[in-house]
Design a protein around this ligand. Sequence first.
Ligand code: NAD
Length: 362
Amino acid sequence: MNYNIAVIPGDGIGPEIVTEAKKVLDKIGSTYGHTFHYTEVLMGGCSIDATGVPLTEEALATAKASDSVLLGAVGGNVGQSNWYQLPPNKRPEAGLLQIRKGLNLFANIRPAVLFDELKGACPLKEEITDGGFDFVVMRELTGGLYFGDRKTYEENGVTTAMDTLTYNENEIRRIAKWGFDIARKRNKKVCSVDKANVLDSSRLWRKVVKEVAADYPDVELSDMLVDNCAMQLVKDPKQFDVILTENMFGDILSDEASMVTGSIGMLASASLGDTKLGLYEPSHGSAPDIAGQNKANPIATILSAAMMLRYSFDLEKEADAIEEAVKAVLKEGYRTIDIMSEGKKKVGTIEMGDLICSHIVK
Ligand code: NAD
C-alpha cells in the first residue's frame, strides 16, 4: 500500500528524531511491501523564521490532505530565543494548538509502557512493576472545564472566579467509540474514569459510555472514580488497558501515568479525530539543550510512528514489528544518554535508529 505522511520536523531535536522515525518507517516499507511518501511541513520556530507565523494556511492544508501527520517537536529555549518576544498566539507552540484545532483532533492517547529492561527508572516498588505494564490513557481534548465559560468577578466586594464544565452526549460518544476501538486492538478492557458521585457531567459521561459499550460486547467495561484511579495507577498499574476519561482528569492522569514509566524520551502519543487521520508525536518537547548533538532519544518518535501504523493505517503486524525491535535493542543493552545506566552501551540518536531498523523482521 501507499501512504502519504505529512512530516513536521519542527525545532530543536525535532529534525533529528523525525529522521530516525522515517528511517524505521522506510525499513517497515521495504520489509512489508509498503511505500511511505513524505511531505515536509513547516511548523513552529522554523516556520516563524521562514514565513512570520508558526503555521501557515498552506502548511495546514498539506497536513489535512495527508493520510496522517508525524511531528517531532516545536519550540526553542524560552529564556533566550527571539520567538518568545512575540505575542503568545505567534509563538512556536501556537502552531500546535492551530494544527490540533485545524485537524479537529478531539482524542489524545498516551501509552504508558514500562519496558522490563528500563524498570530501574520507574519510581514504583519492584513487586508492583515486575513484568512491566502497558496501558493507554485516552483523554478528551476539546471539551470540559478547559473550554467552558469562565469569569472572575466581584460579588459584595469579594473576588470570585468561576469555570464551567460542560459535555454533551455527542462529544462523549465520539471519544468513547475511539476508546472501544482502541481497546479492541489491545487487551479489550476499557476503564472509564469520572466523578459520577458528584458531577452531572460525569453521570452523563458514564451513561453514554455504557450505551457505546453495548456495541462492543467483546470489550469489558468498568467504571472508576478519578480519585481512586489516581491511587490505582501507583498501586496496581497492571490492571489497566485503556483508561477513558474527560479532559482535565486525563490531563492529570496521563502525567501521572508517564511519571511511573520513567523516561520522557520513551513516551509516544497520538491525537485522533473523526477520521483515520491522526497527529503522532513524542510527549517530550524540542530539548534545545541537546539539539544537533546526536544525543536525543528517538524512541518516543519511533513508537509514535508505530501508533500511526496501528491506529491510522490498521497495520498491526508492522506496528508490532517496531515495538518488538525497540524491546530487542533495549534488551541488548543499548541506551541513549537519557536512559543510560551502569554497564549499558551508550549510543547516539542515529545509532539508535539504525539498531532499531536492524531488528525489524517480518
Ligand atoms: P523538553 O521535553 O524539551 O526537555 C526537558 C528535558 O528532557 C531536557 O533536559 C531535555 O534535554 C530532555 N529530553 C527531552 N526529550 C528528550 C529526548 N528525546 N532524548 C533525550 N532527552 C530528552 O521540555 P522543555 O525543556 O520544558 O521545553 C523545551 C521546548 O520544547 C520549549 O520551547 C517548549 O515550549 C517546547 N515543547 C514542545 C512540545 C511539543 O512540541 N509538543 C512539548 C513540550 C515542550
